[in-house]
Design a protein around this ligand. Sequence first.
Ligand SMILES: Nc1ncnc2c1ncn2[C@@H]1O[C@H](COP(=O)(O)OP(=O)(O)OP(=O)(O)O)[C@@H](O)[C@H]1O
Length: 271
Amino acid sequence: MTAPVSTDAVPTTGQLRQALPLVSVRNLEVAYTGEPVLAGVDLDVRPGEMVALLGASGSGKSTLMRSLTGFAPITAGTARVAGYDVTNLRRGDLRKLRSDVGQVFQQFNLIPRLSVLTNVLTGALHEAGPINLTGGFGSRHRRQAMEYLDRVGIAHKAKDPARSLSGGQQQRVAIARALMQQPRVIFADEPVASLDPKLAGSVLELLREIAREDGIPVLVSLHVLPLALRHCDRIVGLRHGRVLVSAPAAQLDAQQLSVLYDEEGQPGDHH
Ligand SMILES: Nc1ncnc2c1ncn2[C@@H]1O[C@H](COP(=O)(O)OP(=O)(O)OP(=O)(O)O)[C@@H](O)[C@H]1O
């Protein structure tokens, strides 16, 4: 993790384009059984950027993210994530790949009865090995966890049980836990679907700040078009398992993205 940098150092579009992608997917096909649910998918996510995955329910957003961490079967194409060839992992590399990918989920996936601090510390479990959650972390890890809690704005809640926090606060804890992994990439699957619009915007801004300031690229699946347009650098739109749109958010509007939802009848999800 690098120290926060001033806004002067925010990468320009040109620099972003040149940076080597940390997620690079070509002609990806994924099939659980029989018919592929993803086909011909290309995707790049570069350091410093936040990329939105959009698409109607069932278009394959979760499957794409899951396949990139070895949780859904890739049947053709190539995928490199954080330096690993996901389609050809060497023995032991699956665990390493997963520890290099920070994951954020819709339901936060915290341990409700444990303190906020302990939940963040679980992000370092891959380093520490099997340990006692209540007493097994050293002062270095605790200090680091407090720094991340401060970063996400809830250090004052460190001792409270996770279940006592609001949804927005719990998602911040989950982001601090992901940072604790020292991830090279963050995948966030519908991270704001359980939050009201104002909190959703602030959580997305936090993820974008992490992408820009820490250089950890974020791939985020979203249902709400204006949130994707407002908070993400690029948009990749899936329809029936294929990429239909791939462009900088600044070049798109909600009208152009409506093709992703045609015939699928989800008007409520556009707003
Ligand atoms: N474990 C599984 N086994 C078989 N089929 C699956 C499995 N998981 C998902 N699918 C199918 O894959 C397709 C894509 O589903 P996926 O959950 O990736 O879509 P999504 O875009 O993330 O949807 P949502 O927005 O509702 O979360 C769907 O047809 C779904 O039924």
